[in-house]
Design a protein around this ligand. Structure first.
Ligand code: ADE
Length: 325
């Protein structure tokens, strides 16, 4: 998979080389996702939006039409950036699988480098802001624009993104990006405006870090244990925890500060353990996310008899019309 991120703060994602490849630090360079990047399974590219500005101050924003506070990001700069990133990715379709994408964190890595030396993408500042990529070339990529006004980012959407070949993230700042950028991009590719929660961040970078992590851990070979993604909170399709939050987990020692690991987990009785885990997941979901229980209660195969009994005992009757909370 190839992931391009366009931002005015490339430093947020750690050191970036002249081709936009990230180093071994920052949210894309560490842990299992960092290893997948180093193997070449994921080809991360981070681009400084200011490369596609055409004035001496590298201006990316302007005052909003209609008045109001704050600034709006300029469509001409974003249009040129997206055209160039899509064109470069289309010209190197094998990049995502190339082991040559592996990274080292040497002195050559510099977050400022991508701005001055446009090796991989386009010449940047001097480029015409009118350049347009043909629809055939741009079609395979999916554009994700994080915004508090977007649709909710969910595990389901993470799974859909994990099935894509190429994701491009456009990080907005200030009051957001001129709306024509998304409108124009939609004429040639799938575009999602996505929110990671009901709060307002200072920009899209943190949201991209969240989305990328949720997506990349679903890619084959990224998590050590293939089963663990299916058993997560929210579950994979058909997983035991489908639609539920994950319950409590324990490791050694069996007794710690007077607190014991539940006996059932030591019993070796697999079906009893699975039932206990589901009971705990139901209790936790009812306490923390009653909306998810409500959704399961209305799904044809969402809750069995035992589930309903557990929920009733926990003070969340879900039979018929009586639904607590
Ligand atoms: N940018 C600012 N706030 C955001 C949010 N809640 N989700 C995604 N992008 C954002």
């Amino acid at each position: 998979m190839r992931i391009d991120i366009v931002t005015i703060f490339p430093d947020y994602f750690g050191p970036v080389d002249p081709a936009g490849r990230v180093g071994e630090a920052g949210p894309l360079g560490v842990s299992l996702i960092g290893k997948a990047g180093a193997r070449g399974d994921i080809d991360f590219r981070v681009h400084d939006l200011r490369r596609w500005t055409s004035d001496i101050h590298h201006t990316v924003d302007d005052t909003p039409f209609g008045g109001g506070p704050g600034m709006v990001m300029k469509p001409d700069v974003w249009g040129a950036a997206l055209d160039a990133v899509l064109a470069e990715a289309a010209a190197s379709p094998g990049a995502a699988a190339s082991p040559g994408a592996s990274l080292s964190s040497g002195a050559s890595m510099s977050s400022g480098a991508s701005m001055s030396s446009g090796a991989a993408v386009s010449s940047g500042a001097g480029e015409s802001s009118e350049a347009v990529v043909s629809p055939e070339v741009a079609a395979p990529a999916r554009l994700v624009v994080p915004a508090p006004s977007g649709m909710p980012f969910t595990q389901e959407l993470a799974a859909a993104y994990a099935a894509e070949r190429h994701l491009v993230f456009a990080c907005g700042r200030y009051e957001g990006i001129d709306s024509r950028v998304v409108a124009e991009a939609r004429t040639r590719m799938v575009v999602d405006e996505v929110s990671i929660g009901d709060y307002v961040l200072a920009g899209g970078e943190a949201a991209v870090a969240v989305i990328v992590e949720a997506v990349c851990r679903l890619l084959p070979g990224v998590l050590g244990n293939e089963q663990s993604a299916a058993d997560d909170s929210f579950g994979g399709a058909g997983g035991a925890m489908s639609g539920l939050l994950e319950g409590p987990v324990y490791t050694r020692p069996r007794s710690w500060r007077g607190l014991e690991v539940p006996d059932v987990l030591l019993s070796g009785h697999h079906s009893a353990i699975a039932r206990w885990q589901r009971d705990e997941a139901l209790r936790r979901t009812a306490a923390n996310r009653p909306d998810l229980i409500r959704r399961l209660a209305t799904a044809a195969d969402g809750l069995d008899k035992r589930d309903r009994q557990v929920l009733a005992e926990a003070g969340f009757p879900v039979d018929g019309e009586t639904m607590a909370h």
